[in-house]
Design a binder for this molecule. Structure first.
Ligand SMILES: [Ca+2]
Ligand SMILES: [Ca+2]
Length: 116
């Protein structure tokens, strides 16, 4: 599963998958790493990024993969999360707003690892 794979990758780097837990961090990620899909050669690598959280354990309650604590900062796009076909993972869009997405999505490769 893509989500599990990315978490493992971050662990091998001695870190963990992005925990954008404040507006400041979310804005930084959005402004520095994401652009509109029309502006990059490969939209899969520029317009959204994975977040290290999911609602796989309890539908509708998103928790950090690392600490299992509930997310308090959740800047969802209008109409999200919609759990479409069982979406349990999150990606930040170039707008800074979040979408719930399928954890198996292999089309989007962009991810950021954090380190304490
Ligand atoms: Ca869900
Ligand atoms: Ca969704």
């Amino acid at each position: 599963m893509m989500f599990i794979l990315l978490q493992e990758k971050c662990r091998t780097y001695g870190g963990y998958l992005l925990e954008a837990d404040t507006e400041e961090e979310n804005t930084w990620v959005t402004n520095d790493f994401l652009i509109h899909p029309s502006g990059c050669p490969d939209w899969r690598e520029c317009s959204s990024v994975w977040v290290g959280a999911s609602d796989a354990d309890t539908e509708g309650t998103f928790t950090w993969a690392r600490s299992k604590k509930n997310l308090t900062y959740l800047p969802w796009k209008d109409g999200q999360p919609d759990d479409l076909r069982g979406q349990d993972c999150i990606r930040i869009q170039y707008t800074g707003l979040w979408l719930d997405v399928t954890c198996n999505d292999v089309n989007v490769l962009n991810f950021i690892c954090e380190k304490d």
